[in-house]
Design a binder for this molecule. Structure first.
Ligand code: PLP
Length: 222
């Protein structure tokens, strides 16, 4: 399926009005599709498998801002540290520590978002509110000079029930608003995908991650 340029332009217009950043989620899609959006001026792309990301980054223009949006295993941080623009799904202190270590090795401060568990499903990764509070209040992050935690990320439940999705986004925004006054470096709230980005924007998202609306449905899971 070709890239849906019309949707792309519509979404870009809609988002730029509200100062929301679009991460085009290109997972499972060929580099040709990415290049097509690149040539329209798009630079932010999201991938959720390390191997796939490394392979694509290798082939594509170096000014692409690569967002890692999947579940990152600690032993794989070293494969993406040098070029990744933003890691969205940091869901443990252990992982944050490892990113810090891999940042230090190459003297780069790596941008991260902490993933918050907002969905009901057990399967979605993320920190709960208590863990987040601990991270921020105990200054646990202070010694980590090679990570820059610049926001939060969340995924709503996989459901048709948009009222439920909305409630989950509202919860995440509330957590963000609670933390951001005392942590002014928190500027990004990454929430919203193809099916729910409109609700996410209404509820205060500053960054949406959209795949299938731009590139068509995917065959393999996720
Ligand atoms: C795949 C994925 C998306 C994009 O999903 P679409 O429904 O295709 O827009 C967004 N965020 C994450 C974390 C993903 O894994």
């Amino acid at each position: 399926m070709p890239v849906d340029r019309k949707s792309y332009k519509q979404i870009v217009d809609e988002l730029s009005e509200k100062n929301v950043t679009l991460v085009a989620v290109s997972k499972t899609k060929p580099v040709e599709d990415i290049l097509e959006l690149y040539e329209l001026g798009h630079r932010d792309f999201g991938e959720n498998y390390v191997k796939e990301l490394v392979g694509k980054a290798d082939l594509l223009p170096k000014d692409i801002r690569w967002h890692f949006i999947g579940h990152l295993q600690t032993n794989k941080v070293k494969l993406i540290n040098s070029f990744v623009h933003l890691i969205h799904g940091v869901d443990s202190f252990k992982l944050l520590n490892e990113i810090n270590k891999q940042g230090e090795k190459i003297n780069k401060r790596i941008n991260c978002l902490l993933q918050v568990h907002i969905a009901e499903e057990e399967t979605k990764f993320g920190l709960d509110e208590k863990e987040l509070d601990e991270l921020f209040s105990n200054s646990m992050m202070q010694p980590l000079n090679y990570v820059r935690v610049i926001g939060l990320m969340g995924m709503a439940s996989f459901t048709e029930n948009m009222d439920k999705v909305k409630v989950e986004f509202i919860r995440l925004k509330k957590i963000f608003d609670k933390l951001s006054p005392s942590n002014p470096e928190l500027i990004i709230l990454s929430m919203g995908m193809s099916s729910d980005y409109k609700i996410a924007i209404e509820e205060g998202s500053t960054m949406v991650r959209i795949g299938s609306l731009l590139f068509g449905e995917r065959n393999r899971k996720k």
